[in-house]
Design a protein around this ligand. Sequence first.
Ligand code: NAD
Length: 261
Amino acid sequence: MSLSGKVALVTGSTSGIGLGIARSLAGAGANVVLNGFGDKGLIEKLVAELGSKYKVKASYSAADMSKPAEIAAMVAQAEGELGGVDILVNNAGIQHVAPVDEFPLEKWDAVIAINLSAAFHAIRAALPHMKARNWGRIINIASTHGLVASVQKAAYVAAKHGIVGLTKVVALETATTGITCNAICPGWVLTPLVQAQIEDRAARESLSPGAAKMKLLGEKQPSLEFATPDEIGATALFLCSSAAAQIRGIALPVDGGWTAQ
Ligand code: NAD
């Protein structure tokens, strides 16, 4: 499949799943706009590496996904530099773990802003270009936590259930066009976001990092294996293909059997 000539904007793509998706889309020939936080030098290296390895145009926006004006500016930048966003992957996300009655207010607001509202703002800004071309792919990275819940993740589970709902609305509103909108629902993927949870757990329960990892998987993910950023990238690539043109409004688990239980 070739995405040559298309422009993909992947939020939160300086790390983890977003980076895996950006690599997959660039590997298929899409020009890519990266976004996310991190060391300036490392990000510059990443942009250069993507451009030269896959022979595509690559650029970067430092927009903070908790700030609507910066999200609109990021989409405008992609339009100015590369000609407009054809593939939008809403991936940036954060986690905070605490019981609901102890959940810090500012953490609730941040998780909802970055994991849910940012997708609304980016979709709102990117849709006019997709409508003008009558082609587009919007892929929201939800989670198994968009389908089922776990304790101590009130904000994250609310945001991820919300993004599954948003996905369905956008899919319906674009149903007669060449634009599709779908969500991917990963189970455990070994990224910095999950590594932090493993380390917390190892410290809390006096476990080795290996034992904490197996406990995390054993509770939820029947395959007892992490999904990988490359696998999520390949799933996103499939949703961009013409074979997926009539896949609309789904929430697709890539979860080692987590939600089959
Ligand atoms: P990660 O921590 O490796 O990457 C998160 C990315 O988001 C980074 O690039 C970071 O810089 C960026 N980011 C964070 N806050 C931002 C902000 N305010 N503005 C712009 N960028 C910001 O995490 P990950 O595990 O790769 O998670 C990516 C997405 O996948 C998230 O939406 C997460 O909820 C989802 N997810 C992850 C897993 C998992 O097991 N890792 C499972 C299901 C869903």
